[in-house]
Write a protein that binds this ligand. Sequence first.
Ligand SMILES: O=C(O)CCC(=O)C(=O)O
Length: 263
Amino acid sequence: MAVIVKDLQFCRARMAHSRARRITPSLTENRSCLQELRRDGIAVVSGFISQETVDVIVQEIWDNTDLMTDALGSDIVHRNARLILQNPEKHAPSTAAVFQDHRLRDLAKAYLSPIAVPDRPAIQLKRGIGETSAVDFYHIDEWRPLMSIFVYLSHVGADNAPMQYLKGSHKWRPWRFRREQDFFAYYGRGADGGYVNEESPYAGCLLPTDVRRLRERYGWPVISCEGEAGTMVVFDNLGLHRATPLAAGSRLLLSSYWQLPRE
Ligand SMILES: O=C(O)CCC(=O)C(=O)O
């Protein structure tokens, strides 16, 4: 009985979010990026910030934080094979100009809704060679509209843990329904962004065989998100994507989410 109630709650919540979603192209000057995002679920834009801006931010991270020394505490957590520095604007003030850049805000509001809001800005560092985690399985991050932005602070080549995304997998197709329903029922995050139970890291994950079958059916190509420092990657978190383990060097980036306000 409780399960059926949960399923009904999911259907109601999903309909409410579909109604609140309002793609509004007039809100962004970057129509081609919006078009790509709508078509593929992802867009990679090189030169989004200059090398000079990258250098200033990286220097601040070195000077003001323990991120590069593997020390935890003071807003640094280790999750999903990376160190995550929360409240980045407090520790590295020059990141504020990037997180508050009107181009990002306009794009997010155009893609999601004029009422979309930013969430969980962070600086992420991967430097454990070969380190793996649950997000290395293809997964969705949500059942409700959600968009992520990465801005690279280091060169991300094939060896530097580029994210992989299945282009077109963000669109509504029947396979999603059961996945999103399970996600609604079993996934939880606390206020600090940490998982609330042992199932949560796996809630949106698919087995490799499931992904192979879906790709056979829908033909989604893989994009490997490689780029120079200064590149922006924007993606719809409802599309299937996965992290890849670091093979060499490190990967440093700014990340933030955009979503509809929580009711
Ligand atoms: O960091 C990455 O490469 C991918 C991250 C990811 O899977 C996620 O944000 O859900």
